[in-house]
Design a protein around this ligand. Structure first.
Ligand code: SAH
Length: 353
């Protein structure tokens, strides 16, 4: 566990998990290199250029069908190393050069270290600490891959005599442990889950719901479309999904606070319910179906046709990893939130047009 965080918890006494996660995430992203083969986890844009390219085409397509607005904000939440946006912009430049010209690039990133890395590959962008400072006077095209999962969650646990809020405690010389001494506000537990058996856990990310609500409100008012991709489910549901990854291996979330990537599965059901009724919500739908319907197999074939033998095998492996059910294809889900007076974004074939 990060020593500063341990000291703080010792001084302050037990703090709610969401608060501890926020502190841990800031320390982690400020100091560690999480991405790539040497890092703690590998994200879809780092697996293959095809991921960002297909998202670029998704953006170009909706922009064109919405009448190719002259001014448009192109925004990303939590861009990491900037790989997704670089690949997306390259595809946009080819498919819709006028969008590449018109787009004003806005990146929401809190880590100064990652901002510096992003600035090298995305010069000319404007950075924001959160969504609040994005301009409001133009349509918004927004993407966020593995952003919502990094946001803090609250965990509620059902004990013999009712629901409690899980807090993290560091006392004396012992390591961090759960404190279960504070009752939960029952308004936060969906009625359908209140009678769950003892030991059940219900998670809720107020931060993720706020992001969903804010984005939906903006696209409804400004025009535009947003794409969220993350591992998750359509709740409300029970289950403990808090996880820590260190060097590609699962680790104990409490023991490694601030030193490992800590995340939780995203409840897309809660995001959809938080969205403005004037916004259109599509999905969640499995990433594999989403990418396949945008043309992942065709893109892979085209890249393979130009590649060496060794490179061909890599492209095929990346395609399988991104889309197959056994890999990221089903665990990861895509959700689009768009202005209801815009055409429906592509990639959600199960929904009527
Ligand atoms: N989208 C990238 C990186 C995902 S990691 C990819 O797919 O590779 C999560 C990213 O979100 C990091 O850039 C991290 O610094 C950023 N982040 C996490 N919590 C944040 C917060 N509360 N506000 C802004 N950015 C945050």
């Amino acid at each position: 566990m990060n020593p500063e965080l341990a000291e703080l918890l010792k001084r302050q006494g037990p703090l709610p998990l969401a608060r501890v996660m926020a502190l841990a995430a800031d320390q982690y992203y400020a100091t560690k290199e999480p991405f790539g083969t040497a890092g703690d986890f590998v994200t879809a844009p780092e697996i293959s250029q095809m991921f960002g390219e297909l998202i670029g085409l998704w953006l170009a397509d909706i922009w064109q069908r919405a009448g190719a607005p002259k001014r448009v904000l192109l925004a990303e939440l939590g861009p990491g190393r900037g790989t997704l946006m670089v690949d997306a912009l390259r595809a946009i430049q080819r498919a819709a050069p006028a969008l590449a010209q018109a787009a004003e690039l806005h990146l929401v990133e809190r880590s100064p270290r990652l901002r510096a890395i992003q600035a090298k590959v995305l010069p000319g962008a404007t950075w924001h600490d959160d969504l609040g400072t994005l301009p409001e006077d133009a349509p918004l095209l927004l993407v966020a891959n593995e952003f919502l999962d990094a946001l803090p969650i609250a965990q509620f646990e059902k004990l013999e005599d009712g629901w409690v809020l899980r807090r993290v405690e560091v006392a004396g010389s012992s390591g961090p442990r759960w404190d279960r001494s504070v009752g939960a506000n029952l308004a936060f537990i969906p009625a359908s889950l209140r009678d769950a058996p003892r030991g059940s856990i219900h998670e809720r990310s107020f931060a993720a719901e706020q992001v969903g609500a804010a984005v939906a409100k903006r696209v409804a008012a400004q025009g535009g479309a947003a794409l969220f991709i993350d591992y998750g489910y359509a709740g409300p549901a029970l289950g403990d999904t808090l996880q820590a990854l260190k060097g590609g291996q699962y680790a104990d979330a409490l023991e490694t606070l601030g030193e490992a990537d800590i995340s939780a599965h995203v409840d897309f059901g809660a995001i959809a319910r938080a969205a403005d009724p004037h916004a259109r919500v599509q999905g969640p739908q499995p990433q594999g179906m989403f990418l396949d319907s945008l043309g992942l197999p065709e893109r892979a074939e085209r890249l393979k046709a130009m590649a060496s033998n060794a490179r061909r095998a890599e492209i095929e492996a990346a395609r399988v990893r991104l889309s197959s059910i056994g890999a990221m294809g089903r665990l990861f889900q895509a959700m689009a939130i768009s202005a209801s007076d815009w055409p429906a974004p592509a990639g959600f074939p199960t929904l009527p047009a």
